[in-house]
Design a protein around this ligand. Structure first.
Ligand code: IMP
Length: 193
């Protein structure tokens, strides 16, 4: 296959290595398991936690996180359209909804990154209307400096102090680089202006 650069050549700086991510995901899984175990008022086998991954970005994180969660759980996915590149930043559309009703279930939303908060705000409002028993959010990355809406985030993997656009481990630039095993910043020459 000629004509393709090795993926690592496009990355200017690695922010979180695969090892750091793996460590942090294990910690998050342990904390989540502990919290839900402590709060479980009913038989978790009869009404297990429902972990909801947001496609596409959360896929690698979700795959690792669920295997670090040590309580009975089910998982499902939602897909939302990205507003990026459009004129109105608040526009979010549901492309794939959950397969089953969520009333009286404990829901944990798994996101790749919370940026302005518009995506999460939209999803939280839609899911709250279905009256789950509880609704929490776990995001791998948080960019608080860019927040426009005040959304509750219960579990955060890493907080980006700077306003950087990051790729890898599910995060894309124009659909590329999701398969990098680490998270980094693209070299300027790979970003279209
Ligand atoms: P929000 O609605 O502005 O919070 O944006 C959420 C979505 O924008 C995320 O789920 C990502 O798909 C995308 N996004 C935001 N920041 C980044 C980034 O730094 N890299 C890649 N995607 C991002």
């Amino acid at each position: 296959m000629e004509g393709f650069n090795a993926m690592s050549q496009v990355i200017g700086k690695v922010l979180y290595s695969a090892e750091e991510i793996a460590r942090r995901v294990k910690e998050l899984g342990a904390t989540i398991s502990q919290d839900y175990r402590a709060g479980a008022g009913r038989d978790p086998h009869r009404r297990p936690l429902l972990v909801v991954g947001l496609l596409k970005g959360a896929l690698p994180f979700m795959a690792d996180l669920i295997r670090a969660i040590d309580i009975p759980m089910e998982y499902d996915f939602m897909a939302v359209s990205s507003y990026r590149g459009r004129t109105s930043p608040g526009e979010v559309r549901i492309l794939k909804d959950l397969d089953s009703p969520v009333g009286s279930r404990d829901l944990l939303i798994v996101e790749d990154i919370v940026d302005t908060g518009h995506t999460l705000d939209h999803i939280l409002r839609r899911l709250k209307a279905r009256e789950p028993a509880s609704l929490r959010v776990c995001t791998l990355l948080d960019k608080p400096a860019r927040r426009q809406l005040d959304v509750p985030v219960d579990y955060v993997g890493f907080t980006l102090k700077e306003n950087l656009f990051v790729v890898g481990y599910g995060l894309d630039y124009a659909e590329l680089y999701r398969n990098l095993p680490y998270i980094g910043v693209l070299k300027p020459e790979y970003v279209r202006r």
